[in-house]
Design a protein around this ligand. Structure first.
Ligand SMILES: [Zn+2]
Ligand SMILES: [Zn+2]
Length: 237
């Protein structure tokens, strides 16, 4: 029990500090741009409060995984040659696809008019979010989402390095998707690979309209379900 509490406290701190550093960095960079979103200290304070509380919710199942891993009960492995090398990228992709599918449907459910207020209103406080909104969830939303990746570590083998890479990549994309401006090149965002990924342009539309663009990583489910909308490109000439 003591080991679990230490893991829980340490992970809460790590998750919170990771959030504070990345959001502050990206927000600071975005503020220098002429198209930076207008923000108020009050809105950022709310985003900070929700995000710090969410850190503890996310740390709970993560601490369970750390303790289970130490006891040899998860499928997280450390020897990269234990499975064929192709499994390294494949396992990462499978984790992302499962998390994305789960999030798409939970997200649509959270936008139901009877549930929105209880589950998801916190994330939508500001129409044009800032990087600080990247981890701003109602505690109920955090509880619905935080357990998915931890559960997968008991079901699907994944190398510890791949898992860490996913966590870092997710932090980066969540922060960029909420920072209020698209910093990725237009050609990539509209290109054959970027066109399947959720970026700030896509997720910004979700915060603006709230009726479309529910995906987390990929535009797959939005496209399949007819909820995928991107802003019109200005016509050349
Ligand atoms: Zn969002
Ligand atoms: Zn939403």
């Amino acid at each position: 029990m003591t080991a679990f509490l230490i893991s829980f406290a340490a992970l809460t701190a790590i998750i919170a500090v990771r959030y504070l550093l990345t959001s502050a960095l990206i927000h600071g960079l975005v503020l220098r741009r002429p198209d930076a979103p207008e923000t108020t200290p009050g809105a950022i304070r709310q985003e900070l409060a929700l995000s710090l509380a969410s850190s503890a919710i996310y740390a709970l199942p993560a601490a369970l995984v750390v303790e289970a891993w130490k006891a040899g009960h998860t499928l997280i492995y450390t020897d990269a040659s234990a499975l064929p090398w192709i499994w390294l990228p494949l396992s990462g992709l499978i984790f992302l696809l499962i998390q994305d599918a789960h999030y798409y449907w939970v997200h649509r459910l959270m936008h139901h008019r009877r549930l929105f207020r209880w589950l998801h209103a916190g994330h939508h406080r500001s129409r044009r979010p800032t990087a600080f909104a990247s981890f701003a969830f109602d505690l109920t939303e955090a509880a619905l989402v935080a357990w998915v990746l931890p559960l997968l570590t008991f079901l699907i083998p994944i190398h510890v390095g791949v898992l860490l890479f996913l966590l870092i990549a997710m932090t980066a994309t969540a922060t960029l998707n909420h920072c209020g401006v698209e910093i990725l090149p237009r050609r990539f965002v509209r290109g054959p690979i970027g066109g399947w990924l959720i970026t700030a342009t896509h997720h910004g539309m979700h915060h603006e309209r709230m009726q479309t663009n529910f995906g987390l990583h990929f535009r797959l489910w939005d496209r399949l379900m007819g909820t995928d909308v991107m802003p019109q490109e200005p016509k050349a000439g």
